[in-house]
Structure formats: structure tokens, C-alpha cells
Design a binder for this molecule. Structure first.
Ligand code: FE
Length: 342
């Protein structure tokens, strides 16, 4: 194992940098990924076995990967970009770092609402944003995202900061559904209902229910699912105290965010990039994504983990286009600033 890009003099200290040197002239594909699971090695090994294409992988935070691609410009070796939130893909898209792919396979396998309209990216795995509550202290938990802003929940809600891309995408979806004005009122209502200033990650919002600081929290489903199968301090052992609501089941369905993949604008190995993008929609890769992070597959016939399945079945929002989370992101940011959602 020798870091290829460092060897080329291109690599600087980027988070966890993982790259493998491919044999000279062999088929290869360069993946820039903000996923960081050790077991992803197995996924890419399988791809190499099936296709003969070796995978050079660089892992870092999405913003670092985007900065790197910008700095590399037309000479960027990046072929495929993978981010764990569509809001990050938006930044890559806005910077012109992606190119459209043409794939009958992806088109057929991935539901239309999980694909960019111009095929700049598609969803490889689904993540849902759930309402959690204290079973002891909350008699009537909110059943919708909209209801979280009801004054009846004043001083009771924990939710992370507006710099968090999950909340940006959620507000962007509310802008799409209700328009800017109603979305602004909603954000104002959430700020009024906060139990404490936004702090920590999604897991900290769940811990807040156990500690008693919060009665109601918003978090992605996999943070809760994780605590059911491995030890999460301040959470595991107390999950029975936490109830959950799949939001908006009687109308449009629960907000879904995505782990996304797309082809880099200057991909030197664009054919191999397409082969990898298609592989990620196959049963093996879909099962892998699910097993790593309790995410929901985008294709039929692949199971998620037992822990994620134990959260129950739900109706996802398939009517609000994922691309609107991207399009409405700038308005969402200005609303957060206006209403003082830190
Ligand atoms: Fe997350």
C-alpha cells in the first residue's frame, strides 16, 4: 500500500487518505469518497474481482474533496465522487465538478425521484430523518415535521445546528412543499421550541432525551439503529425510554436524504467510472451500504439491517424531488440566518 497521489506529488494532508497503486497500464478508477468505513475495502475488492478495474480511493470530508477537485482543475484524477448527503453534492454541482452520465442500468434500477434530473448524481442509499421523543414525558408526540413548530412543544426540542447539512436539506424540502414564507415561520417556531442552543451531532440529540435535557429530538434513523447493536455512550441501554415517529405518514411521507454518487467533470477514466456507478446499484453493493450504516437500499429485493428494520416500516416522501433540496439550499441558509437558528 503506497499512497498514489502523494507519490505523484498531489496529495497533501487530507483526512484519512487511502489509495492503492494500480499496476501500470491496468484499468483503474479513482474514487473520492466522504464515506469512511474500513469495510468499504471489501466492496471495492469485489468490484475489482468482477471487472478487473482497480480502485484508488481517497477519503476525506466532502468539503475537502471538493476543494481538492477545484485545486486540481482539469488535471483532477477524480473519476467518481461519493458524498453522504445530497447537500454536499450540490456544492460539487454548483462548482461544475460533475458531468452527466448515460446509463440504462442506473435509470432502470434507481427510482426517478432519487436521480438528478440531468443525471449528475443518483442516490446509492437512503437515510431518513425521524422524530424521537421521551416515552415518559411526551404524551402526544408531533406526527409531522410541521408540528415540531407548534407552540405546544415550547422549550422541549433538541435539534442540531443549521450548519448541519441534514437540517439544511430538511428545511429545503419544506420550502419546496410549502413555499418560503411558511418555511420561515416553521424555522421561527423551531427556534422558539428549542430546549437548548443547537449543539453536537445527531447522537447528542438522542442522548439529550435520556439525560432529560430534551423531550423531543430530530435525528437520522441510523444513529438510533447503531445504538441498538453496539455500545453508544449515554444511549445504549436506555433506548427503551425513546419512542419514535415516522413523520408525515398521513400525507407526503418521511423526508429522505441520500448517500450520492456522481461522475467527476474531468474523469480521466470515465468508462470505468460508469462501470463503478452501475456496480453501486447492484445487489451486492446495495446490501453492503445497508449493512455498513443501517441505510435503506434504493433497489427492491435488498434488505436493510435487522436494527434498521426494527424501527418499523414507513412511507418515504417520494413526491418532493431530492434535487429541490439542492436548489433550495441557498434560501434555506438565509432563513436559518434570519430566524437565528445557530
Ligand atoms: Fe450522519
Amino acid at each position: 500500500m503506497k499512497p498514489l497521489f502523494t507519490a505523484l506529488g498531489l496529495g497533501i494532508a487530507f483526512g484519512a487518505l487511502t489509495a492503492m497503486v494500480a499496476p501500470a497500464f491496468a484499468q483503474q478508477v479513482n474514487v473520492y469518497s466522504s464515506r469512511h468505513y474500513d469495510t468499504d475495502d471489501a466492496l471495492y475488492d469485489r468490484f475489482t474481482e468482477e471487472t478487473g478495474i482497480s480502485v484508488n480511493r481517497i477519503e476525506a470530508q466532502a468539503d475537502e474533496l471538493i476543494a481538492r477537485m477545484l485545486a486540481e482543475g482539469a488535471n483532477s484524477p477524480a473519476d467518481v465522487l461519493i458524498t453522504v448527503d445530497v447537500g454536499r453534492m450540490e456544492r460539487a454541482e454548483a462548482e461544475g465538478l460533475l458531468q452527466p452520465y448515460t446509463s440504462e442500468v442506473i435509470e432502470r434500477r434507481v427510482p426517478a425521484h432519487l436521480q438528478h434530473p440531468d443525471k449528475l448524481w443518483y442516490g446509492v442509499a437512503q437515510r431518513t430523518r425521524i422524530i424521537f421523543y421521551s416515552r415518559d414525558r411526551v404524551e402526544n408526540p408531533p406526527q409531522t415535521y410541521e408540528a415540531l413548530a407548534d407552540p405546544v412543544y415550547e422549550g422541549r426540542i433538541c435539534i442540531r445546528s443549521s450548519s448541519n447539512v441534514y437540517n439544511q436539506s430538511l428545511l429545503a424540502s419544506l420550502i419546496e412543499v410549502h413555499g418560503e414564507e411558511t418555511a420561515r415561520d416553521w424555522a421561527t417556531g423551531i427556534v422558539n421550541n428549542m430546549a437548548r442552543p443547537p449543539q453536537g451531532g445527531d447522537t447528542d440529540q438522542l442522548r439529550g432525551i435520556v439525560s432529560g435535557e430534551c423531550d423531543i429530538s430530530v435525528a437520522n434513523h441510523y444513529y438510533f439503529a447503531r445504538s441498538l447493536v453496539r455500545n453508544v455512550d449515554g444511549l445504549t441501554g436506555s433506548t427503551d425510554e425513546i419512542g419514535l415517529v415516522w413523520p408525515n405518514q398521513s400525507d407526503r411521507g418521511t423526508h429522505v436524504n441520500l448517500t450520492t454518487a456522481g461522475m467527476a467533470a474531468n474523469a480521466p477514466n470515465s468508462e470505468n467510472a460508469l462501470t463503478l456507478l452501475e456496480f453501486l446499484t447492484g445487489a451486492y453493493a446495495q446490501g453492503h451500504f445497508a449493512s455498513q450504516n443501517h441505510e435503506f437500499p434504493v433497489i427492491d429485493g435488498v434488505e436493510t439491517t435487522e436494527a434498521a428494520a426494527s424501527l418499523g416500516t414507513f412511507k418515504p416522501d417520494t413526491t418532493t424531488p431530492t434535487a429541490s433540496f439542492v436548489a433550495n439550499a441557498p434560501i434555506a441558509q438565509s432563513i436559518f440566518n434570519e430566524v437565528g437558528w445557530d
